[in-house]
Design a binder for this molecule. Structure first.
Ligand code: GLN
Length: 198
């Protein structure tokens, strides 16, 4: 089996920080801008940024359908705007989300850029709980979750890190913290999915 490659959708937003973190973990990483780039990947991160812009750009360069197909077999990890794009319901008609996480989200629920904040949260990644410095930037709020959604972390009684099957989503920005445990966890999901295929 080849070393798994994680793609980072590089159309807009915080993709460079995800690339840096993957490189620091010696994980093969690839910026994804075309359907051809996607074909070389075993997993995909959709970064934070502006979900309406990322959505428009994906449509413009015909990446929506290839990502939908990709997600049928390979893991996706959405952070902030990325999580919004993976939801099943969004409080704005401007986005047609991918329905990969059975969650309903409200965009910008914590206010504007200036109201961004950091909080120590407990996360559960198949081990005893660990603490994580979660950075929220114009973060979305998960208003409801379907039964298949596992809640790996909550803040103020609201889910902030969720998993459904092979897909993962965070309302915060794990790539901006120095803790790498969430990226390592996603890498494991990618490795498991890649070896299940072989
Ligand atoms: N508020 C942004 C949106 O709705 C998301 C913010 C972020 O990704 N940091 O797309």
């Amino acid at each position: 089996m080849h070393a798994p490659v994680i793609g980072v959708l590089a159309l807009q937003g915080a993709f460079a920080k995800h690339m840096e973190m993957l490189h620091a973990l010696s994980i093969q990483a690839k910026e994804v801008r075309t359907p051809q780039d996607l074909q070389e990947c075993d997993g995909l991160i959709i970064p934070g940024g502006e979900s309406t812009t990322i959505s428009k750009q994906m449509r413009y360069i015909h990446l929506e359908e290839p990502i939908r197909e990709f997600a049928k077999k390979k893991p996706l990890f959405g952070t902030c705007a990325g999580l919004i794009l993976m939801a099943s319901e969004v409080d704005t008609g401007e986005i047609t989300p991918f329905h990969l996480l059975d969650i309903s989200v409200q965009r910008n629920a914590y206010g504007r850029q200036i109201e961004s904040f950091e909080a120590e949260v407990d996360i559960f990644l198949g081990r005893p709980k660990q603490t994580f410095p979660a950075i929220f930037i114009r973060a979305p709020l998960i208003k409801s979750c379907g039964k298949q959604v596992e809640i790996l972390s909550s803040f103020n009684h609201t889910p902030i890190l969720v998993q459904q099957g092979r897909h993962l989503g965070a309302t915060f920005h794990p790539e901006l913290s120095h803790q790498t445990m969430i990226h390592r966890y996603f890498f494991k999901l990618v490795k498991d999915a890649a070896s299940a295929k072989d």
